[in-house]
Design a protein around this ligand. Structure first.
Ligand code: BGP
Length: 492
């Protein structure tokens, strides 16, 4: 094993998203946001979006989440006990500007996040704040249609500006859009990423018997472009308000391997790697679309002239607003092939075929620690700016042992194996800033809307139907991760 050491000040911690854990969906003046109209589901039942609004007597997991809105002091104390150096959370725009286009912000929302950040600092925890994590004020969707409307850029930039000013001195690490590349998945990405809604109820699945006629690829790519512009503007404002601010992008990271050494498989894997990771990465880090973007637009049926006009309009802003670091989520790798004899794999985001060398989680996500090393080295070679892993973890069914406690040794193994590969990448020269493990406290699954898919070091008493008293319990992984944080990764 390489003789690696994690750098001094490495940001060990955990990650969450407001709509998956905060609850208080209409508390203290908060407006509705798109996830507030996405119903629960499970591994077999897709989540359904009800675009017209909240339907009575229907379970929407974001409404209560795991109650962080009321439990945040207790939760942050537990993170402090583990020795977190960093806590990733997101701000809901609909708590600050309930309708997105309000003349004045909602003071209660501003105050809530301020108390959360102050609480973090009591324990020496640096907040890492995502400005948009699968969240968009519903009123903006209804009134303006979503991110493909250029007016939305200004509303969002005004919100980002307010956050940078309000939380100056409390927050210095920021991410603009969570898993921005997921917007490229028609339908799912439109709703979750771009606030573009279907006219009627629509199952948020990948191969559902849906009426997909509302999906318009030009709106998708226009909306995504507008997010790049908004991000670039936010980076510039953040730097102007406080030169200490560091703003990163956030990409759903994925390593794709060729299934065979058939050159056609190699080309297919290369294409998947580029499109999944570098279309958005290049825009954030270089301020330019990659050379192959035009070929991609043609292939997907996107209006090339529209894209070229948009880029010409925004080129200056995009080049001036490149990010300070590249952050990403990493859960699995994929395999691409042109051969049709390989079994299909199941993943939340990335399809592909089964890798015979890897095991998969109960949700079919292929577990691949070395793929994380590959990804870190590949991305660092391309961009040479600091990297940060802001999501990684194992969604599993946790059962109590005979002693009544949760012995989630499989989760410990998963994380240990990934952390070792991070060490190898650091040894190879990668500048890695930190690691915030996903779902450090059990929360609602984004893809399936269930609670049964648990990631946390901390158990939360709540089930898929919303029953439970929300009490918190430490799992075995809690003590293990405390050791990792406190030894700066030396004790695994
Ligand atoms: C990422 C999202 C998170 C999170 C995670 C795990 O795609 O950024 O919000 O939920 O995946 O996915 P899931 O909750 O579907 O298991």
């Amino acid at each position: 094993m390489a003789d690696y050491k994690f750098p001094e000040g490495f940001l060990w911690g955990g990650a969450t998203a407001a709509n998956q854990f905060e609850g208080g969906y209409d508390a203290d003046g908060k407006g509705l946001s798109v996830p507030d109209i996405i119903m629960g589901g499970d591994v077999k039942t897709p989540r359904v979006v009800t675009p017209k609004g909240v339907r009575p007597n229907t379970y929407y997991p974001s409404h209560e989440g795991i109650g962080f809105y009321h439990h945040y002091k207790e939760d942050i104390a537990l993170f402090g006990e583990m020795g977190f150096k960093c806590f990733r959370l997101s701000i809901q725009m609909s708590r600050i500007f309930p309708n997105g286009d309000d003349a004045t912000p909602c003071q209660a929302g501003i105050d809530f996040y301020r108390s959360v950040f102050e609480e973090c600092h009591k324990y020496g925890i640096e907040p890492l704040v995502t400005l948009s994590h699968y969240e968009f004020p519903l009123a903006l969707s209804h009134k303006y249609g979503g991110w493909d409307n250029d007016k939305v850029i200004d509303f969002w930039v005004r919100y980002a500006d307010l956050c940078f000013r309000e939380y100056k001195g409390l927050v210095k690490y920021w991410l603009t859009f969570n898993e921005i590349n997921c917007a490229m998945m028609p339908g799912f990405g439109d709703v979750y990423g771009l606030g573009i809604l279907p006219p009627n109820d629509w199952a948020l699945g990948f191969s559902q018997e849906n009426d997909n006629s509302w999906i318009d690829i030009n709106r998708t790519f226009h909306g995504l472009h507008n997010q790049f512009v908004a991000s670039a503007k936010a980076v510039q404002i953040a730097h102007a308000i406080d030169p200490e601010n560091m703003v990163g992008c956030m990409i759903a990271g994925n390593a794709t391997y060729p299934y065979t050494c058939d050159p056609a498989d190699m080309i297919k894997a290369q294409k998947a790697t580029r499109e999944n990771n570098f279309y958005c990465g290049d825009m954030h880090v270089r301020g330019e679309y990659p050379a192959w973007a035009k070929a991609l637009w043609i292939e997907r049926g996107v209006d090339v002239e529209m894209m070229e006009d948009l880029y010409a309009r925004d080129e200056e802003t995009l080049l001036a607003g490149v990010v300070d670091f590249y952050s990403f989520s990493y859960y699995m790798s994929s395999v691409a092939t042109t051969h049709d004899d390989a079994a299909a794999a199941r993943g939340n985001v990335f399809g592909g075929v089964k890798n015979p060398y890897l095991k998969a989680s109960d949700w079919g996500w292929q577990i691949d620690p070395q793929g994380l090393r590959w990804y870190l080295e590949e991305v660092y070679d391309r961009y040479q700016i600091p990297l940060m892993i802001v999501e990684n973890g194992l969604g599993a069914y946790d059962e109590r042992g005979e002693d009544g406690k949760f012995h989630d040794t499989y989760r410990i193994d998963y994380m240990r194996d990934h952390i070792i590969e991070m060490g190898h990448a650091i040894y190879d020269g990668v500048d890695l800033m930190g690691y915030t493990m996903w779902g450090c406290i059990d929360l609602v699954s984004a893809s399936t809307g269930e609670m049964a898919k648990r990631y946390g070091f901390i158990y939360v008493d709540k089930d898929n139907d919303g029953n439970g008293d929300l009490h918190r319990e430490r799992k075995e992984s809690f003590d293990w991760y405390a050791k990792v944080c406190k030894s700066n990764g030396a004790e695994l």
